[in-house]
Design a protein around this ligand. Sequence first.
Ligand SMILES: Nc1ncnc2c1ncn2[C@@H]1O[C@H](COP(=O)(O)OP(=O)(O)O)[C@@H](O)[C@H]1O
Ligand SMILES: N[C@@H](CC(=O)OP(=O)(O)O)C(=O)O
Length: 407
Amino acid sequence: MDLIVAKFGGTSVGDGSRIKKAAQSVVNEYMKGKQVVVVVSAVNKTTDDLIGLSNEAIGSNLTDNQKAEIMAMGELTSSRLFSATVESLGVKSQFIDPYNELWPIMTDSNALEAKIDFATTNKMFKGIEELLNQGIIPVICGFLGKGPSGEITTLGRGGSDVSAFLIGHCLDANEVIIVTDVEGVMSTDPNKIEEAELLDEISVEEMWDLATHGAQVLHPHALKYKDPLISAKIINFAYGDLSVKGTRITGPFEGDMTKSVSLYKNPISLIALVGDGMLKKSGLLAKLTACLASNNINIFGISAGQNSMTVFVEKQDSQKAYRLLHTLVIEDDVFSSLSLAEDTSMITIVSPDFAEETPGIISKITEPLRKNHINIIEISSSQTAIVVYVKLEDGKKAFELLKEVLE
Ligand SMILES: Nc1ncnc2c1ncn2[C@@H]1O[C@H](COP(=O)(O)OP(=O)(O)O)[C@@H](O)[C@H]1O
Ligand SMILES: N[C@@H](CC(=O)OP(=O)(O)O)C(=O)O
């Protein structure tokens, strides 16, 4: 029997009629013979309102545990409302919150940004499976967890998406459906640019980068639990129909997408262009990339500072690139000179930890290299990846050391 996990965001349960529509869409799938687990967020902006109230009343004396308990009231309420609405439509349902013995999501004791204890959580789903086998629709609070002392924790703002994918993974669901207030994943935020267009599908890898760079439509940590075999989609609540297409999230395609260290197979060369006050001049980057692109030279990365720009290209292209960029330096007064460092290794480290607030992550990476006398030529970091360039002969050793860091 097909099992789906349907997560309803705040707007999708924003008022009584929306809750009824959402519950009806769940019942419709149930009537088609599917098992459905509902994950629900707080009604509309309840979480914001509860935070606002506590700040007004208590201010800085509010402890993290008190804040988590208060915020949890949003999901405690909506799960009860949703479950009762399903029952009013003639199907048995049970709400499940962290006070319930069937509660599955266990975390550490961090009240506001709790880390999920996956190994324990994964073993906690027997009770929910039992409910499903009895034809009961479980309605589980999104966003919440249970800490080591039985206390309520929260998974961070927007965390119900994480709850849904985690539950889907642990239950081996066929599909995870995120029901929200837009048509799906769009070419950009449709509330910022009206002309945004709907994407039929997006890969986990792309979605990860989009989400870690602020696209609210899905919490990036949800994707840690996206199994390649579980299909997933983001749809609009307005249709009141869980079978609409929306945007399908495909993949992941390469092993453990969220944590990896890779050593690029070929040597990389660095070309540094210097010039006074380069950062204040517009159009330099465009000139530089156009010059290399028109000669079919692929750029692996660019870093820019006050008085210099470094371009990373494959060693086999470096002499050609070096000559082309030299012409640019001669032609344009902004540039004064350029240099070429031919033999470097490029190591890319990808980890979800970079997107979380993890102070000291860069030093975790640089420290083992320093201890082993490996000099870092360049380092660049983003929300999802850190790229380190070292001397070619240090590449393999650095790669092994960085693999250990990630383990
Ligand atoms: N590329 C994008 N595609 C679709 N929505 C986006 C995108 N980037 C940002 N968003 C925003 O994400 C919002 C949905 O996320 P959110 O408000 O957290 O929904 P929910 O309350 O259902 O969890 C949309 O209203 C939209 O403004
Ligand atoms: N209610 C929580 C959790 C959540 O995921 O909400 P939503 O799905 O409405 O973004 C919050 O506002 O952070």
